[in-house]
Design a protein. Sequence first.
Length: 356
Amino acid sequence: MRSPLLSVTLSVFLVLMIGWLLVVGRSLVLPFVIALIVWYMINSLSHVFQLIPIGRWRLPGFVTFTLSLLSIFAVSTFVLDIVTVNLTQLAQDAPTYQRRLEELFDQASSLFHLNDPIELKDLLPESVVPRMVTAGASLVTTIAGSASLVFIYVLFLVLEQSTFDRKFERLFSDPEKAQAAFAIRAEINRSIMHYFSIKTAVSVATGVLTSLVLLAIGLPYAALFGFIAFLLNYIPTIGSLIGVIFPSLLAVVYYDTLAPFFAIATGLGLIQFAVGNLVEPKLMGSNLNLSGLVIMLSLAFWGAIWGVVGMVLCVPLTVMIVIVCARFEASRPIAVLLSETGEVGFAEGEASSRRS
């Protein structure tokens, strides 16, 4: 019989090996993960289109699939163009904003009669504003550059998706095990669909409201900050905070008074509070059943491995781990520790014994 210590050691070694492979193979794995997300979005949107009645008829599958593919491509191209234009303009204006920030530090030092004036380089590295903008532009360029590889992955996934169920079923010699595996997959799909559909709707609302507030006040790059708020809303806890800080800091250096700064910080703060603490919990419910501490740890873990993309995916990936671990007796304690309430359902062997 294998000793418990050996089992734990091998499990830890396996986790470390998988983490190392994810880091080393990031340039290859990450485009494939993005392709999986795009492929999943295409199929989900196609399913939504199939539910739309046209009189007594519904659109056939190949029509809805084509519509979803074209819709996602059009929206992605439109958003990427807007973000690229705004980032390019912001990169040109960044030195001006940095000089304005240095002037504000000089004024603050004079106001408080400091013997040792505060300088921007004391708080932030030199040329930090242009470098931050350049990093953002580099991120967009990287995404656009890997678009061809993502497109190839998506194309092959689309071409082979008709055989996925048949291949998946033939992995198991026992029909009952195959049925249980299909049930796990359906549960994962249902949870992820629930999370992404609500999170995407809430994130779109957050991005639109952010852009409208900034447009009303007159701050430039409203579309860019709206997109940033949309993207950051997928990142638990810290995403909403960063979405308020960026435009608020720009308001400090863009306007001569602090009134727009307080208006933007208050308006965006109210939006993030209402969406994150009132609307989203009401819609999301307790279906995810994840501990808050686990969410923060997974945020740090996946962020360290895959950067921003890992932060966006940390919750769905953790949900998948909980669902899979909960279905097997050996791994069920892991699911209990990761869950919020400890109620993760019955493991496969436990459920079968109850049926008997």
